[in-house]
Design a protein around this ligand. Structure first.
Ligand code: HEC
Length: 168
């Protein structure tokens, strides 16, 4: 009897908790900027750029481990110039980019390309420590931007503490 009462109690309590959680995710989503509001064409280009960046980052590792500086420089150069978002855009898409994405997003993107340029430079100078430094700065910049603008895709970056805060 006690058990049934406990189960009943739990079933009554759990749905509101679930709803509260949904609400948090919704709130997180609304702060996610205009990325989700981008037109399908632009969004496809953004995802294309991301996949290319991931490929680039992953191929830096074996090149770094074997001291293949010229290969790292080449990869970094490609990443630096990978403004796919700015390639082949119609005037309308360019306008959309600047109205949909906040200035802070564009800044993070510029910072990313700056760091890729520095990685290129470090590789050309054949400085292992600097290559490692800028590689880690680059990884950091992926995370910074995803935590701010891509939590709809990477929910692990929805801040737990902030989410808990909504309960109290
Ligand atoms: C200036 C912001 C920014 C930076 C810097 C950035 N990303 Fe992203 N990334 C995004 C956004 C926004 C999305 C979600 C795109 C969407 O939902 O359409 C995303 C999505 C992705 C995805 C998922 C693509 C898919 O298949 O949907 C991958 C993979 C990815 N990023 C890799 C990276 C890597 C690796 C780096 C660093 C080397 C990086 N990104 C740097 C903004 C950024």
């Amino acid at each position: 009897m006690k058990l049934i009462a406990a189960i009943l109690f739990l079933t009554i309590c759990i749905p509101p908790l679930g709803q509260a959680e949904d609400k948090i995710h919704l709130e997180a989503k609304t702060t996610v900027s205009g990325v989700e509001a981008l037109s399908p064409g632009l969004r496809e280009l953004l995802v294309e750029e991301m996949v290319a960046l991931e490929d680039g980052m992953m191929s830096v590792i074996p090149a770094y481990a074997s001291g293949n500086w010229s290969e790292i420089a080449e990869i970094a150069d490609k990443m630096e110039k990978s403004y796919i978002l700015k390639k082949n855009l119609t005037d309308e898409q360019k306008k959309e980019l600047h109205t949909s994405l906040p200035g802070a997003f564009i800044k993070l993107d510029q910072q990313f390309h700056y760091l890729a340029g520095m990685l290129n430079h470090a590789a050309k100078s054949q400085k292992p420590e600097l290559v490692g430094f800028y590689f880690s700065k680059l990884v950091e910049s992926c995370v910074t931007c995803h935590a701010d603008y891509a939590t709809h895709k990477f929910s692990a970056f929805v801040p737990e503490k902030q989410a808990e805060g909504h309960f109290h």
